[in-house]
Every structure is written in structure tokens, then in C-alpha cells.
Design a protein around this ligand. Structure first.
Ligand SMILES: Cc1ncc(C[n+]2csc(CCOP(=O)(O)OP(=O)(O)O)c2C)c(N)n1
Ligand SMILES: [Mg+2]
Length: 891
């Protein structure tokens, strides 16, 4: 080529660019796209090495990831599927409208499902596999889309009109349909709860990983079942939604598919009015290593994109912010022509053959079954990484004036007659004008094409979804051997309840029947709890095994990762660990395996931090043991205010199927866990356990005879007084690590003050509280019959003297049982913010050491006129207590 000196630098630029492009074209033609990609990579490296700063983008253009020419043909009958979808739409909307006709409307949502109908229907007709297939999928349905899932079940003939009629009427005899997915309320239908936003996605991630764990450990036959999580775009703002997305790509969980319904709206308005939620999510997921499939535009856009040789349309698509896109959705075709297409004469030219009406009707990707089918197909076939589908839809699709695309649509629960008529006509529902105002449910007969088609599809795909079924056999019995040594105590050797638990866990892991079912879960705290021996004993689970030589390889307890490892070492994520707990604790139903999770963590970061996931675990009928380690406001010396837990037992009390204990001794732990395994895995109770364990060491006593029932019910007499005939009597309650303080107080009260004090171990205030209320309620409803007596009353009815309780938890715990005791209870507890200090100083500060137990007892005796107040004053002095010290509860 002859060199011609350029006149201007812009001309030079153009020539240069042309030359580069020509070269690239040449490589493309001679070597193909792979070669071009390699060359570009090489160029990038070279440029970087020479200091060129390249702008970063994790985004692809604002178009469908799967181009039209790569689409597969969709099997099945599009017409019948469209009819079915319309019927589902109608019944779903009718349920909500009818539920809100009465004066006292009962809520429900129309617009979420309206936007997601195609996303679900394509799944139901072509992808979701039922458990009967042996390869069942696990589906986390978006909570607010529940009406659509019920409407389909109705058309399938799984539920009838009376069920639909009783949507959200959960107290109707026989049970209505639950407002959202709640396995607690519909245990044969829903598998996992989702409606608290963000919990579905994180539980789905750990579910997918747990499936791999079961397979790698030989507890489940490898299957091609998928875990689908359907979520809203607004929901992705919850930290739990995106907070764990690096795990599935790291673990190559190609059994996981997220479908995000990007209707660009949440409850109040646009998710990102001034931005693009889809592009934002694409970058986040691509950055995290996911396979991202964008499904933005329906088929009507394909010919236009094919004409878009110079990229003006793609550019225009990418520059519109979501708030503006929402505006187009509610506007006329003429408006869209002017404002979207009108930006460039070339764009206007592209659509000049289309009428305004046609422009208005151009669909979005998430409403086009072919686009959705292709995305799902690609997701299901993808190997090596999880997939997220970002499907663009319109919120309230089909509602027209009743709310399509409007900001109020999320809350829309009613439709007037005119709106119903329009909806009916748009979807071709055979309901007459005369009837439309009544919003009747409509189901074609069993031998109609639609019903036959739906049923055939579900049969082929392995049965109806969702279906929840307990697929495991109950355990026959619980072995006693692992528990026995703990009944004997430690013969004076000191141990903490944490050490006891870890020893018991290690024994359970060795048990020939139970061992393989145990799933230890730790959020990076194994060493804190002295569990490192388990690393070697059973290994840390890692699908990849251990591809490196661990730094401590030459030690006995090295950090052993193995593909059949048993411990789920989750790293610092209580939310992730809890999601694993849910997966492992529901496997008895979902996967037919009785895995028994033991999740041990810093107690402060449980109920306080991830209480909502624990609530969901209860709803999901999760079984297993949560162990709150380093617990007790004064027992965890050091660490301080953010870590010293003196209140999670108060939270646990409110979780209906959580059985909580604050044990003090080895045998208490053994009895509770043994009975817990029996109740959950032999008797099949849908409960889970919370035990607090501590790190203070003291000698573990021998189990007193006859104490088993009391340990489980919440209280038993641990040590009777040696002065039963003393005129001054007391009953002292102690729990957890404070029990030894109470025993010490008992000795001094007897030897120094001649007070005959019995010591009771209170293992569970919440169990006593529940039992008391159960009896009281029964009595209220059964006047004239022999009243039932709460357990705690039965135990203490003849007990003499004053009552004093001390624990490392807030005073509300003992206060909660006060009314069922013969006399008022004096409560010592640890209300207030913790402090980093020595144990002794903390117990002094919070007024729960033996000295305060003595003073409280003497004070109560003085109150009852049994001793002179001066004795109490002297005791205060003798024990160096400053009566003017600050109140720890508020300082
Ligand atoms: C943790 C939590 N916070 C708030 C809500 C209340 N809420 C219910 S639906 C909703 C908006 C949902 O928007 P999006 O996730 O985009 O779902 P869409 O209905 O648009 O598909 C909100 C705020 C909730 N259910 N859970
Ligand atoms: Mg939304």
C-alpha cells in the first residue's frame, strides 16, 4: 500500500482503525471466531503489560443472550399451552379478587404472577421434574406468585373450588390455601417457604450444594435434578439474595438455576428508575462466575434486530433507563414511536411498516414462551456453573387499566367489572358478560384438551409440583451407647459443656447406624469449640477434594478436605450455615435421607442475626440441633458487648417448634440430644432444638437418679438441702454455667446462715413456660373439670421457703414462670450490654454470682419476716457488695 500523508489526525485515526478492522476481518475469515478471541486476549495482555488501562465491563449489550438463529424449536402445542396459561391467569386473579370482595379484604397479589405466568408455565409444561421421576427438582417459588401456583393445581384437579375460595383463609375447617408457600400450613404441598424476601435464593444455593454433598457421600444416587429459585428483581436488594452467589460458581453447581423476574418494579415503584436492574444483575452474576442468560425481547423484535446492521437499535435499547421503559409499558404505540423510535430517523425507518397497535403489542422476552423455553433449555444443559436467567416482563401483565405496569400494581387486589371484562376478553376466558362481575372460577372438563395436556405433561415429567412428601423411613430407635458415659460424670475432672458436646458429637459420628447421617455445620468456629480433631476424623467436605498440600499436613489434626468429607465448614456465614441446616434438616422429606444436622456457632449470631432464617426453618419443618456456643453474658469472658449473649433464649421462646435448653451438665446434654433424636427421627416430630453450650470448665456430676423427665421438661431438683428442718428454707434455681454458682451459694447459706436451700437445675424456662400456658389454657376452656396443674407447680407445690433464680440470661426467662410457683420468684439475670472482662468481674457486674444468690435469698427471707433486715445488710457488707453500684441493665 502506498503511504499517503494524512491531512489531519482524525483522518489518521480513521485509516488506522480501518487497517485494524481489515486485519481482524482477515483473521475471522481465515481462522474463525476462536482465533479472533485468542488474538484479542493476547492483545489485551500486551496492552496491559505496556500500561494501557482498559475500561472494565462485565456487561453484554441490552439484547437477548440467545440470538434468534440459535433458538431451538419449542416442542408441544403452543396453542394449548397458551390456553392453559390464560386459564391459570384468570383463576389466579379471580382468587385474589374474590378474597377481597368482602368488606374485610384478606389481601393477596395479582400482579406478581401476572408478570411471571410464562416463566412458570414453560417450566410446568417442559422442565420442572416431579419427585416420581427419581430426578426430582426442588423449586423455590416466588412467594407472591402463589395464587398462580394454586390456580394451576386447580386446573390439574389437585385442589378444588372450595380450596380456591378459601385462599388465605387458613383457619377454615380442613385448612384453606396458605397466603404464601408455607410447608407448616400445607405440608403436602409446599416444600420451602420463600416469602420473606432473600431467604429463598440463599436457601436454594445451599440446597444445591447439599444435594452434591449427599451424592458425594453416597447418601443419594446422583441425579440430574435441578434446584430452581424464582425471585423478584426487587428482592435482589436483600443482602441474602446476592450475598452467597460466589459459592455456587466456586463449587460448579450446574444443578442450580435462578430465574429473576425482572418486571423492573417492586412494591413502591421502579427497582432502578434511573438505572438498569438487569444490567446491574448481569454484571454481578457474571462477575461471580455464573452463566447469565438475558431474556429481554420477544420474537417480534427479532426481524428488527436483524435489520440493525449499524447497531443503532441495540444502542438505543441499552440507553433507556428502567423508569422510562416502565413508562413505555403504560403508554400508547404512538408515544413509543415518538419517544423510543423517534430518537433516530434510522430507527423510525425500521418500524415504519408497523402500526401503532403493533408497536404497542411487541412483547418482552419473559412473556414469550419460545424465548423462555430456550433460556431454560440452555440453563438445564449448561455444565460447570450455575445459571441465572434475567427475564424481562411487565408487572401486572394483562391487567390493563387495572394496573399493568403502574406503580400501584403490586397492591392491586380488586378489579371492577369493566376491568374484569377486559381481562376476560384479552385472555379468551369462557365467562359470559352476565357472570363476569361474579369472577367465577373456570375449569374445563377433565376430558378437555387443556386438562388432558397438563396432566400428560406432568405425568411425563414425574408428577405434580410442588408436592411435599416425607420420603424417608423413620429411624427404628436411637442407640444408647454413645450417651451412656456422660451419665457418669467426669469424676472431678473439669470440662465445659462445649467439650462435652464435641465429645458426644464425635461419638455419634462413629456410631455404626447414626454416624453417616450426622452433618456437622460450622461457620469458621471449629477451633473455637475444640472441634479440630473432627477435621481429621471425618474430613471437611469439598467436592474438589484437597488439591493442595495443607500447611499442617505433618500434624495429627491437619486440615483435611475431602470429597466425601462430612463437616460443612461454611466459612464466616451464619446465614449460609443456617441454609445448610435447613437443607440437611429437611432432607428427610425432600431427599428421603434422615440427615441430622448439628450447627454450632457463636450463640449471639444465631437468633439475633439470622432469626428470620430460623423462622423459615421452623416453617419448613426442619429437624436438627442448633448449638449456641460461647454463650452466656458472663461466661464468655472477654470479647464483650457484641458477642456476649444473654438473650437468645428469650428469642428462641417465640419460635413455636423450637425446643430450647440451657443445660449445665454433661448428662443433661446427653439426655436432651438422645431424646431429641428420638422425637425428631423416630417419632417424626417437626421440631428442632436449640442448646446453648459454654466454655467454662467445671466437674461434671453424676446424673441424679430419676432426673431424666425433669431434664426434658425443664426443671428437676439437683441437690436437696442437708437442713430440711431448718425454719429458714429456700429453693434456688440455676441454669447453665450459673448453676455451679448457685450450688456454692447453697453451701454458704447452709453453713453460714442456717438456711436450708434446695438447688434445682432449670434446663429450659421456655419449656416450663409453654407447659404452664398449656395447662392454664385448658383450664380456662374446661371449667368445672379437674384443673390441670403445670409441671413446674407440681414440682414445687410442697417446696418450702423463698424462691430465687439465677441464670446467665435475662431476668425475663425466670420471670416467665413466676405465676405458676407457690410464691413470687426473685430473678437474677444478665439484662444489659456485655463487657469484656474476667468472668468473676462480669458476674459481679451483672449480679449473678454466688454472693448475689445469697443476698437475694436472705433479702427474700427478710421480706417474709423470717430474718431481720440487718442480717441482709451484714451479708451485703461481708460479701463486699456496693449497694450503690450502677444498674447493669441500663449502663
Ligand atoms: C424481607 C421482606 N421485606 C419486605 C417484604 C414486603 N414485600 C413483599 S413483595 C415486595 C415487593 C416485591 O418486589 P419484587 O421482588 O420485584 O417482586 P415482583 O412482585 O415485582 O415480582 C415487598 C417489598 C417481604 N415480603 N419480605
Ligand atoms: Mg419486581
Amino acid at each position: 500500500m502506498r503511504y499517503i500523508a494524512p491531512k489531519e489526525s482524525s483522518e489518521l485515526d480513521a485509516v488506522e482503525t480501518r487497517e485494524w478492522l481489515d486485519s481482524l476481518d482477515y483473521v475471522l475469515q481465515s481462522g474463525g471466531p476462536a482465533k479472533v478471541a485468542r488474538l484479542l486476549r493476547e492483545l489485551t495482555i500486551h496492552a496491559r503489560q505496556n500500561g494501557v488501562k482498559l475500561p472494565f465491563t462485565a456487561n453484554t449489550p441490552y439484547i437477548n443472550t440467545i440470538p434468534a438463529e440459535e433458538q431451538a424449536l419449542m416442542p408441544g402445542s403452543p396453542d394449548v399451552e397458551r390456553r392453559i396459561k390464560s386459564l391459570v391467569r384468570w383463576n389466579a386473579a379471580a382468587m385474589v379478587v374474590r378474597a377481597n370482595k368482602a368488606e374485610e379484604g384478606i389481601g393477596g397479589h395479582i400482579s406478581t404472577f401476572a408478570s411471571a405466568a410464562t416463566l412458570y408455565e414453560v417450566g410446568f409444561n417442559h422442565f420442572f421434574r416431579g419427585h416420581e421421576s427419581g430426578d426430582g427438582d426442588v423449586i423455590f417459588f416466588q412467594g407472591h406468585a402463589a395464587p398462580g401456583i394454586y390456580a394451576r393445581a386447580y386446573l390439574e384437579g389437585r385442589i378444588d373450588e372450595s380450596h380456591l375460595e378459601n385462599f388465605r383463609r387458613e383457619l377454615k375447617p380442613g385448612g384453606g390455601l396458605s397466603s404464601y408457600p408455607h410447608p407448616w400450613l400445607m405440608p403436602d404441598f409446599w416444600e420451602y417457604p420463600t416469602v420473606s424476601m432473600g431467604l429463598g435464593p440463599i436457601m436454594a444455593i445451599y440446597q444445591a450444594r447439599f444435594v452434591r454433598y449427599l451424592e458425594d457421600r453416597g447418601l443419594k444416587t446422583p441425579s440430574s435434578g435441578k434446584i430452581w429459585a424464582f425471585l423478584g428483581d426487587g428482592e435482589t436488594d436483600e443482602p441474602e439474595s446476592l450475598g452467597a452467589i460466589t459459592l455456587p460458581s466456586r463449587e460448579k453447581l450446574d444443578n442450580l438455576i435462578f430465574v429473576i423476574n425482572c418486571n423492573l418494579q417492586r412494591l413502591d415503584g421502579p427497582v432502578r428508575g434511573n438505572g438498569q436492574i438487569i444490567q446491574e444483575l448481569e454484571a454481578a452474576f457474571r462477575g461471580a462466575g455464573w452463566n447469565v442468560i438475558k431474556v429481554l425481547w420477544g420474537r417480534e423484535w427479532d426481524p428488527l434486530l436483524a435489520k440493525d446492521r449499524d447497531g443503532v437499535l441495540v444502542k438505543r435499547m441499552g440507553e433507556i433507563v428502567d423508569g422510562q421503559y416502565q413508562k413505555y409499558a403504560v403508554e400508547s404505540g404512538a408515544y413509543v414511536r415518538e419517544h423510543f423510535w423517534g430518537a433516530d430517523p434510522r430507527l423510525l425507518d425500521m418500524v415504519k411498516h408497523l402500526t401503532d397497535d403493533q408497536l404497542k403489542k411487541m412483547t418482552l422476552g419473559g412473556h414469550d414462551p419460545i424465548k423462555v423455553y430456550n433460556a431454560y433449555k440452555a440453563a438445564v444443559e449448561y455444565r460447570g456453573a450455575p445459571t441465572v436467567i434475567l427475564a424481562r416482563t411487565i408487572k401486572g401483565y394483562g391487567l390493563g387499566e387495572a394496573g399493568e405496569g403502574k406503580n400501584i400494581t403490586h397492591q392491586q387486589k380488586k378489579m371492577n367489572e369493566e376491568e374484569l371484562r377486559a381481562f376476560r376478553t384479552r385472555f379468551g376466558i369462557p365467562v359470559s358478560d352476565a357472570d363476569v362481575a361474579k369472577t367465577p372460577f373456570y375449569r374445563p372438563p377433565d376430558d378437555s384438551f387443556e386438562v388432558k395436556y397438563m396432566r400428560e405433561r406432568r405425568k411425563t415429567l414425574g408428577g405434580y409440583v410442588p408436592t411435599r412428601k416425607v420420603r424417608s423411613e423413620p429411624l427404628k430407635s436411637v442407640p444408647t451407647e454413645p450417651f451412656e458415659e456422660f451419665h457418669k460424670g467426669t469424676e472431678g475432672r473439669k470440662a465445659s459443656t462445649t467439650m462435652v458436646f464435641v465429645r458426644l458429637l464425635s461419638k455419634l459420628l462413629r456410631d455404626k447406624d447414626l454416624g453417616r447421617l450426622v452433618v456437622p455445620i460450622v461457620p469458621d468456629e471449629a477451633r473455637t469449640f475444640g472441634m479440630e480433631a473432627l477435621f481429621r476424623q471425618v474430613g471437611i467436605y469439598s467436592h474438589a477434594g484437597q488439591t493442595y498440600e495443607p500447611v499442617d499436613m505433618d500434624t495429627l489434626l491437619y486440615y483435611k478436605e475431602a470429597s466425601d468429607g462430612q463437616i460443612l465448614e461454611e466459612g464466616i456465614t451464619e446465614a449460609g450455615s443456617m441454609s445448610s441446616f435447613v437443607a440437611a434438616g429437611t432432607a428427610y422429606a425432600t431427599h428421603g435421607v434422615n440427615t441430622i444436622p448439628f450447627f454450632i456457632y457463636y450463640s449471639m449470631f444465631g437468633f439475633q442475626r439470622i432469626g428470620d432464617l430460623i423462622w423459615a426453618a421452623g416453617d419448613a419443618r426442619t429437624r436438627g440441633f442448633m448449638l449456641g456456643g460461647t454463650s452466656g453474658r458472663t461466661t464468655l469472658a472477654g470479647d464483650g458487648l457484641q458477642q456476649q449473649d444473654g438473650h437468645t433464649h428469650l428469642f428462641a421462646m417465640a419460635y413455636p417448634n423450637c425446643v430450647a435448653y440451657d443445660p449445665a451438665f454433661a448428662y443433661e446434654i446427653a439426655v436432651i440430644i438422645e431424646d431429641g433424636i428420638r422425637r425428631m427421627y423416630v417419632d417424626q416430630e417437626s421440631i428442632f432444638y436449640y442448646l446453648t453450650v459454654m466454655n467454662e470448665q467445671y466437674a461434671m456430676p453424676v446424673m441424679p437418679e430419676g432426673s431424666r423427665e425433669g431434664i426434658l421438661k425443664g426443671l428437676y431438683r439437683f441437690r436437696a438441702t442437708s437442713l430440711p428442718d431448718s425454719p429458714m428454707r429456700a429453693q434456688l434455681f440455676g441454669s447453665g454455667a450459673i448453676l455451679p454458682e448457685v450450688v456454692k451459694a447453697q453451701e454458704i447459706l447452709e453453713s453460714k446462715y442456717n438456711v436450708g436451700a434446695d438447688v434445682w437445675s432449670v434446663t429450659s424456662y421456655s419449656e416450663l413456660y409453654r407447659d404452664g400456658h398449656t395447662a392454664e389454657r385448658w383450664n380456662m376452656l374446661h371449667p368445672g373439670e379437674t384443673p390441670r396443674v403445670p409441671y413446674v407447680t407440681q414440682q414445687l407445690k410442697d417446696a418450702q421457703g423463698v424462691l430465687v433464680a439465677a441464670s446467665d440470661y435475662v431476668k425475663a426467662m425466670p420471670d416467665s414462670i413466676d405465676r405458676w410457683l407457690p410464691r413470687p420468684l426473685v430473678a437474677l439475670g444478665t439484662d444489659g450490654f456485655g463487657r469484656s472482662e474476667s468472668r468473676a468481674s462480669l458476674r459481679e457486674f451483672f449480679e449473678v454470682d454466688y454472693r448475689y444468690v445469697i443476698v437475694a435469698t436472705l433479702g427474700a427471707l427478710a421480706r417474709d419476716g423470717k430474718i431481720d433486715p440487718s442480717v441482709v445488710q451484714q451479708a451485703i457488707k461481708a460479701h463486699n457488695i456496693n449497694p450503690e453500684k450502677v444498674n447493669p441493665a441500663i449502663s
